[in-house]
Design a protein around this ligand. Structure first.
Ligand SMILES: *[C@@H]1O[C@H](CO)[C@@H](O)[C@H](O)[C@H]1NC(C)=O
Length: 432
């Protein structure tokens, strides 16, 4: 593989020249044309995104979302397989090998939307607060661009519409369903409000953390708060647990490595100021950059919680989710391809290599673990568009004007991956 890929990067560097010399509107990699065409698609992308925004659904339970996407694929004349992982869709454009995959997530969050827009969520308590509505629109945009070039496609583009990114490990289910079988690589995009609008960024190796969630009940014996010696106070024990977890990061994680242990919920139940409750329930999250440290931290959290509870005469019942996320690890050669595509589309100034990974997690990690992958962030921070609020907040808003860029980036990466792979294997055959 390495020699094939070295050739890819040589070809990629030569591409802009090739594009200039050959007929630009015909070339599979005419990135500026793709961006122009994608910009013409903005009304369509907006319509798709806004419709999906009104019907947010959770995890695998996505009947309306899935149906709407299939209707759009039907209109575009794109063939698909359904269901994959319950409500997911696997669509294809072109035929034969090589194959390259583009992925969007589909699910929303259990958040009550706090933004007054005409396309506000019509599902109480649910909101597309992580931009997956935008990701779906951008993938349909890329599908439109690629469908128009289907006759010239040197292989197949596989479109993955994947449920349950928000904690359900839908990416893992997609891999298990064989969605990446025979695929040479996969590209995913996440809109990112912390990055200025129109900037494309990614990095080699780990881009997002491994993550798991835990729930714990610390049980003592309740009583009158005026006679604490007659009870076993779970509030004091649970407070000690929170404190005892902190050195796992400050003392047991290498200063040059990263981990996060956050206790995010702490609930003593319906009490009163003069009542010591029977138990305290807590929940929290663990994040780490490497799988080995992640697993060590998970064992240590268990030990520290159980040991600290026991020390205070309490018991601890601890549960981990059954859906731990592995880190998202980008393939360097795939990132080089995204870099080349981004530079062709918007110039070097709007492409940035991320200095550090984020401790947020993504089930794209399962896809990138199965085949070489690149996960890319598209900046959407824009005050004029109201896109200043964080992901997973009730006020999250999208700078919709960035959607064409996401669509064009997806399409460019897929076209370049397919054509450089075909060219490289042809060159290898000729050498033989
Ligand atoms: C904590 O207690 C509640 C109420 O009894 C129960 O529903 C929940 O499953 C318990 N959690 C754990 C981690 O044992």
């Amino acid at each position: 593989m390495p020699s094939t890929y070295q050739m890819c990067s040589v070809l990629l560097t030569a591409l802009p020249l090739v594009v200039l010399l050959s007929t630009p509107c015909h070339s599979a990699s005419a990135a500026p044309d793709l961006l122009r065409e994608a910009q013409d698609l903005l009304p369509y992308l907006r319509e798709v995104r806004r419709h999906l925004h009104t019907i947010p659904e959770l995890l695998y339970d996505l009947p309306k979302t899935s149906e709407y996407l299939r209707n759009q694929l039907d209109k575009l004349g794109i063939a698909y397989k359904h269901p994959v992982a319950e409500t997911g869709i696997l669509a294809t454009i072109g035929k034969g090998t090589p194959k390259f995959a583009l992925r969007t997530d589909m699910d929303a969050l259990p958040i009550e939307e706090d933004v007054d827009v005409p396309y506000k969520s019509t599902h109480p308590g649910k909101m597309h607060a992580c931009g997956h509505d935008t990701h779906m629109a951008m993938l349909l945009g890329a599908a439109t661009l690629l469908k128009a070039r289907e006759a010239e496609l040197p292989g197949t583009v596989v479109l993955l519409f994947q449920p349950a990114e928000e904690g359900g490990a839908g990416g893992k289910r997609f891999v298990e369903a064989g969605a990446l079988h025979g695929v040479l690589g996969v590209h995913g995009i996440h809109v990112w409000p912390g990055i200025p609008a129109g900037i494309i960024t990614s990095r080699d190796n780990t881009i997002m953390a491994a993550a798991d969630r835990f729930w714990v009940n610390i049980t003592g014996r309740g009583g009158h708060a005026a006679m604490p010696h007659l009870s076993i106070d779970p509030v004091v024990a649970a407070s000690q647990v929170v404190v005892a977890l902190q050195p796992l990061v400050s003392r047991e994680t290498s200063p040059t490595d990263s981990a996060v242990v956050s206790v995010s919920e702490f609930n003593t139940g319906p009490g009163a100021s003069n009542v010591i409750s029977d138990s305290v329930s807590m929940s929290g999250t663990l994040r780490a950059i490497t799988t080995s440290h992640f697993e060590r931290m998970r064992d240590r959290i268990t030990e520290v919680i159980e040991g600290t509870a026991r020390l205070h005469g309490c018991t601890a019942d601890l549960k981990w989710s059954e859906q731990a996320y592995i880190p998202t690890i980008n393939d360097g050669r795939m990132v080089a391809m995204v870099e080349a595509a981004a530079q062709k589309l918007v110039g070097a100034a709007r492409w940035q290599r991320m200095a550090e990974p984020t401790m947020a997690a993504e089930d794209f990690g399962f896809l990138a673990d199965a085949v070489p992958g690149a996960f890319t962030f598209l900046g959407i921070q824009n005050e004029k568009a109201g896109s200043v609020h964080g992901l997973h907040t009730a006020r999250f808003q999208m700078d919709e004007a960035q959607m064409p860029l996401g669509a064009a980036l997806h399409a460019t990466v897929a076209l370049d991956a397919l054509s450089s792979h075909s060219a490289a294997s042809k060159a290898t055959k000729e050498e033989l």
